[in-house]
Design a binder for this molecule. Sequence first.
Ligand code: NAP
Length: 243
Amino acid sequence: MILLLGGTAEARELAAALAGEARVVSSLAGRVSAPRLPEGEVRIGGFGGPDGLARWLAEHGVQAVVDATHPFAERIGASAVIAARQAGVPLLRLQRPGWRQTDGDDWHWADTLDDAAEKVRTLGERVFLTSGRQGLAAFAGCTGQWFLARCVDPPEPPLPPRIEILLDRGPYSPASEAALLRAHRIDLLVTKDSGGTMTSAKLTAARERGIPVVVVRRPPRPGAPAVADVDAALAWVRDRLAG
Ligand code: NAP
């Protein structure tokens, strides 16, 4: 059996590509109320840290693990490295490349969400926040700005005092993103460097409208062999199944 740590478009693509070829169990954290489900078997919920995950790998006779979680899902990434080592199971990290600044972009890199909140104070007044529900607390102290925050599920306090919540999930188009920026008179965008195409339309729209963007850098991920696309992960899994 292959364990696929998911919650991303790439994980769903890999699960679909492996359907009928191997027994794949996709694992989701259970954070969103109605997750997009991958093809095939799915389990939902944490494993109970690295030890719990190592036990799960041993008990289920897992042949290989692919960590295809989001670039900002630090804890499960660290857990996978420790657990795979403990259980003696090969591990691959599938991580999409980060976004690149191009001509016309006005990007301001932030090391963390707190750092992004500091930058917001001087860069804009009407801010489109796309850093996710769990990232909103970092902006709670920004009292001088108005925020439009887009997330999949309703957020919980603490939140900035002046905020409108937009419940939605990608993919989005540059035209719809531009319309959103215009309708709310947005003058600053905040995003994590998630990478990929599902949510990149906002960057195109910001560039076209000359709006600066605060981009939160990816956290470091612990060492594991890594690939950047689904085809390479598929080849790696097939090698493990053949061996
Ligand atoms: P996290 O901080 O790394 O994980 C927190 C805990 O949630 C982990 O310690 C683990 O619990 C559990 N967990 C996380 N991913 C899991 C998975 N795929 N299967 C089973 N348990 C999982 O992660 P997060 O940032 O909260 O993200 C949660 C999930 O949402 C991830 O799977 C990620 O791919 C997806 N996601 C995250 C973001 C983001 O911006 N962070 C964006 C889009 C999608 P135990 O320690 O108990 O095993």
